[in-house]
Design a protein. Structure first.
Length: 244
């Protein structure tokens, strides 16, 4: 006959409070609770490319004075960067002033089309100056003084730090010349290196906490913006872009 295995009966175990204290037994109430699922990764801080601004002119000319002349110099919106002299711009201003004089002289004309034609010429010249991105303050100065502005001041379109500049005195520039690159660093990107096994646990829009060695004890908060489709074959990590 096959041998039957005898099961050892269960017996209660009783421990004195002193014994439980010595062996470190702790008790607690069973409850539902969200377990910690943190993912830790290292990363680098970079410029938010959506907050980059380029400074260019819309007409050919020559740079006269340069006010912002250092990389990583901070400039405020509306702060002058440089002045430029453009023969084409001066000629257009002269046409505009002449058109305004003709408009005033012919405004009382009773001949059909004369007054409206003079007004159209003046309006067309003013629109050309606006299309060349001449500031309204400079247009007002042109109307008040009645004299062409030879040295036009170009202001910074945004507040930020100059990351690149190519504006030099007496330099000839064209509309294709990129003179300044200004970066707004109030919001930046962080590229985190997340192991490929952990990528499936994160989604765009998830919150993140970032600590930086340069700011000990300070925590920055941001969101996952994108999981880039690129794997580092050496470290088996994937770049994750966070906006903070």
């Amino acid at each position: 006959m096959p041998e039957q295995k005898m099961e050892t009966p269960l017996v209660p175990v009783q421990l004195t409070p002193e014994r439980m204290q010595r062996i470190g037994v702790q008790t607690g109430t069973v409850e539902y609770k969200q377990l910690s699922d943190d993912i830790r990764a290292t990363g680098t801080v970079d410029i938010n490319e959506r907050l980059l601004s380029y400074v260019q002119v819309r007409f050919p000319g020559y740079i006269r004075k340069v006010f912002a002349n250092a990389t990583y110099q901070y400039v405020r919106k509306g702060e002058p960067l440089f002045t430029v002299y453009s023969p084409d711009l001066v000629a257009t201003q002269q046409e505009y002033l002449l058109a305004r004089q003709n408009q005033k002289a012919l405004s009382a004309s009773t001949v059909d089309g004369v007054a409206s034609g003079a007004a159209s010429l003046s309006s067309a010249a003013e629109q050309r100056l606006e299309q060349w991105d001449v500031p309204q303050s400079e247009l007002k100065k042109l109307k008040d003084t009645g004299k062409p502005i030879t040295d036009l001041t170009i202001d910074s379109p945004v507040s930020g730090y100059i990351t690149e500049y190519n504006a030099l005195p007496n330099m000839y520039v064209e509309p294709s010349t990129r003179l300044y690159t200004v970066a707004d660093l109030s919001r930046v990107w962080v590229y985190a290196q997340v192991f490929q096994d952990d990528v499936g646990r994160i989604r765009p829009g998830d919150t993140a906490r970032i600590t930086v060695d340069s700011y000990p004890g300070h925590t920055f908060f941001g969101q996952i913006e994108a999981i880039l489709p690129q794997v580092d074959m050496t470290t088996r990590t994937i770049r994750v872009r966070l906006a903070i």
